[in-house]
Structure formats: structure tokens, C-alpha cells
Design a protein around this ligand. Structure first.
Ligand code: ZN
Length: 450
């Protein structure tokens, strides 16, 4: 099967690949089914692990007649990937091609200790970069832009995403990870119009620019900020405040080291993240029953690659809690949209029986302009019950009392999340600032077995 790869000169003013991006939902499903059938056959033929696990589950790629048939196949997760890599070094027997066909690997740092490698063939790498270009195009990046990439070329999968901007025709400035003052100097010198970073760092960098005496509107030319790595980019209150700080548009992206640097991203409408449906099949499953949830409901994101030949990922449990919509988007693209990552299963707190994600708290914090926007959840176990205290900061020059601020915040939080929490108001700049991913939960519980 041949897949079109576009160049900027082929792209129309709105779409990178209009025929693909605006096809009907029925055509998407037909395309995905054809890709799934051939990808499962490839995994079965090339990977000893999948051949054995499919046989143990009593399933075979030839039995797949509809997209729902994927649900008969066994899951994998980070532990499987790591264990198979240790058993059959260096890439594990989920790989379905010989090593001579592998041209690139990314690896995740792995909170579990052992970094897991994600191999790409030359074709996988080209597919990925073409997808990055398509996604950047949908977010309004054009050949006239100057795109500053402040991530390194390392084992981190975020590095090569810059090649998508370059393929699209934008001037690509490979700045790498440099101190904030140096990055601001680069943005100013080359009058960069776009940048990629985390939401926390976008906020921090904007505040640093002001502290350095820069006038963001006059001295810098940033019009677009692509963010990834934290939920903030899909929380409207957070996005609005970063946009106000920079006078720029913020687009949320979602990536996964085990698959692509980005697998979804916002178009200019910014209502959810258009998913790379021709590359990755999505399931959203109830974490208790394993059943598919209804459209719009929250569940665990489970992914199956459709083209990535080096190491197919079949029913990979991400641990990310998400929701999706298939409603048409005003941009004309017909792919399903992820409504942000609500949190990771690991981050979910259960307070008096109610699920609470830090991102839910963030939405409330960022709405109140008497607060700086920084926050932290401190979780403790008192008399066998979990209690959460939310630390927030009043802005400089706030005239009211801390009691009033705490009461108002607690009331809003209860209305939005159903969780009653202790609220502690701190002076501005009391909480630690993040330069990469923010740590929002301080867990003081001991002996927690759940
Ligand atoms: Zn759209």
C-alpha cells in the first residue's frame, strides 16, 4: 500500500492533505480497517512476541473483519515493552523488522527505571515527520514562519519534531535546551514567530522576559506557541493566561515516546486535538470494566499503531485518561478530536470517594485573577482518610483577605469537582516554579496500599 507524502508546494492554503483530512467518517473507518488488517498481519509475521500472544489469546489477523475486532486482541503496556526489551535486547521481540532496517530510536526516560527504546525504520521516520508537518500546518504554521525548537536532539522523541516544521518550509531554528535568558536572546535576534515548549515553561519564559525588561509585544515576534507534556494546553483558563502573557496563540499537542513525538494537535479552532487517525487507532476504555466508554466520556487511552513497521504497538495501554469527540470541526477536518488529557491514572487522587485530577484544580485556579496561577495539592492521610490541602498564591497587590480568597476558591472548587478541600493562601512566588514539567502533587501519605 502506498501512502502519499506531500511537500509544501502540494499543500492548499488550508490543508496539508485535503483529500485525507476532510474525508467522510465512513472513509476514515474504511481506511483504518484496511490499515489495521495489514498491520496486524505484519506484526504477526515479523514479531515472535505478537505471534505467541495472539496464539495464546486464540486470535489471528485473518479474523479481523471490523474495527471492533481489535477488542479480541490482548493488551500490552509499559511493563510488557520493558520486560520484552530486557529478555531480547536491545529492542525486544515486539519488533517486527530486522535490526538492519532500523535507522532511528527514541527512548523514554521511564519513571519505572529502565528506559524503553522505540525503533523506527526509514519509512516510519518519514511518516512521522510528514505527520508533524501536517499537524503544524493545521495549527497555522506556514513557510513564512520562523520556528524555534528549544528541545535537544537526544533520545527524547520531541527532538526531531522540528523536522516537521522544516519539511513544511518554515525557517527552523534548532536552539536546543538553553538557559531562559539565552533562549529569549535567540527569539529576539531572529524574531522567531513560533516556539514549542511545555505550558509551565511558556508561562515561566514569559514572566522571565518581563523580569529581564523585555516588552514581549515590541521586542519579540512570537505568534504561535505549541505546547505538550502537561494537561495545561487543553485547559482553557491556562491557555488564555499564557496567550494573554505572550499576545500569541497557544496550541496543545499530545505525543508519546513509544509512538510519535506528536500523535494529535490543535487546529486553529482550538477545540480539542485532531488525532492522527491514519497512523494510530484509538480506544477509550472504562478503567474498571475494560469496556469502551461512550463518546465524550472519560476513560483510559489504548492505542494501536496502523503503520509503524519497526515495532507495532497493538492495544498499548497508555495510562492517560482522555475523552474524544467525533463531532465535525469548524476547520473542516473530519478526524476525531481528543478533548485534552484529563490526567494520568497515576495522578488520579480519590478524595472521600470522588476522583480528582490536578488538571481539574488547575482549571479553577487559573480562572481567578486574584491568584498567580501557581498551585500545589498536598495529600495526607488523617485517621485513615485522605485529605487534600490546596496551596494557592495571591497576586501582588491583592487588597482582600486570605480568608475571603480561600473561601471563594474552596466554593468554586467544590462546585466544579465535588471535592471539599482545605485551602491555604500563600504570598506570590512562594511555590516552586517549574522550568519543565511542573510537579503539582505533594503526597505525604505513607503506607498507602491502593
Ligand atoms: Zn479542526
Amino acid at each position: 500500500m502506498a501512502f502519499a507524502r506531500r511537500s509544501p508546494s502540494d499543500a492548499d492554503p488550508i490543508y496539508w492533505d485535503g483529500a485525507l483530512e476532510t474525508q467522510s467518517r465512513a472513509d476514515w473507518d474504511g481506511l483504518k480497517l484496511a490499515l489495521l488488517q495489514s498491520h496486524l498481519r505484519h506484526a504477526h509475521a515479523g514479531s515472535p512476541y505478537y505471534r505467541a500472544s495472539f496464539a495464546a489469546a486464540g486470535v489471528h489477523p485473518d479474523q479481523v473483519k471490523s474495527l471492533d475486532d481489535i477488542r479480541r486482541f490482548p493488551f500490552i503496556d509499559k511493563t510488557v515493552v520493558r520486560d520484552r526489551q530486557l529478555a531480547v535486547p536491545p529492542f525486544g521481540d515486539l519488533c517486527a523488522v530486522p535490526e538492519r532496517d532500523i535507522v532511528y530510536i527514541s527512548a523514554s526516560s521511564g519513571s519505572t527505571g529502565v528506559p524503553t527504546a522505540s525503533p523506527f525504520t526509514a519509512g516510519d521516520f518519514d511518516d512521522w515527520i510528514d505527520y508533524e508537518a501536517r499537524q503544524f500546518w493545521s495549527s497555522g504554521l506556514r513557510p513564512t514562519d520562523r520556528y524555534c525548537h528549544s528541545l535537544n536532539f537526544s533520545l527524547f522523541v520531541g527532538g526531531p519534531c522540528v523536522l516537521g516544521a522544516q519539511k513544511l518550509g518554515a525557517l527552523s531554528i534548532h536552539a536546543g535546551t538553553v538557559p531562559s535568558e539565552k533562549l529569549l536572546a535567540i527569539l529576539s535576534q531572529f524574531q522567531a514567530t513560533a516556539i514549542w515548549t511545555t505550558p509551565s515553561y511558556a508561562w515561566y519564559l514569559g514572566e522571565t522576559a518581563i523580569k529581564e525588561g523585555l516588552d514581549i509585544g515590541r521586542d519579540l515576534a512570537i505568534r504561535r506557541i505549541f505546547v505538550a507534556g502537561e494537561p495545561g494546553g487543553s485547559i482553557p483558563e491556562t491557555r488564555n493566561r499564557i496567550e494573554a502573557l505572550w499576545g500569541a496563540s497557544v496550541y496543545d499537542y499530545y505525543g508519546l515516546s513509544d509512538i510519535f513525538g506528536s500523535c494529535a494537535g490543535m487546529c486553529e479552532e482550538k477545540h480539542g486535538l485532531h488525532w492522527a487517525e491514519d497512523h494510530i487507532l484509538v480506544e477509550v476504555l472504562d478503567t474498571r470494566t475494560g469496556e469502551a466508554v461512550a463518546e465524550g466520556e472519560r476513560g483510559e487511552l489504548v492505542l494501536t499503531t496502523l503503520k509503524k513497521t519497526a515495532r507495532p504497538m497493538i492495544r498499548f495501554r497508555t495510562g492517560d485518561i482522555v475523552s474524544f469527540t467525533a463531532e465535525p470541526c469548524a476547520c473542516g477536518r473530519t478526524s476525531i478530536r481528543m478533548q485534552g488529557v484529563h490526567g494520568r491514572l497515576d495522578d488520579m487522587l480519590i478524595i472521600k470517594g470522588v476522583n480528582l485530577f490536578p488538571s481539574d484544580v488547575e482549571a479553577v485556579v487559573r480562572k481567578d485573577h486574584d491568584l498567580t496561577g501557581e498551585y500545589r495539592l498536598v495529600v495526607e492521610r488523617i485517621d485513615h482518610l485522605d485529605h487534600v490541602t490546596i496551596e494557592i498564591e495571591r497576586v501582588h497587590g491583592f487588597n482582600g483577605t486570605d480568608e475571603e480568597l480561600a473561601r471563594r476558591f474552596g466554593h468554586h472548587l467544590k462546585a466544579v469537582t465535588g471535592v471539599g478541600a482545605q485551602v491555604k493562601v500563600l504570598a506570590a512566588d512562594s511555590l516552586p516554579r517549574a522550568t519543565h514539567k511542573a510537579k503539582r502533587v505533594l503526597d505525604r501519605r505513607s503506607g498507602v496500599w491502593s
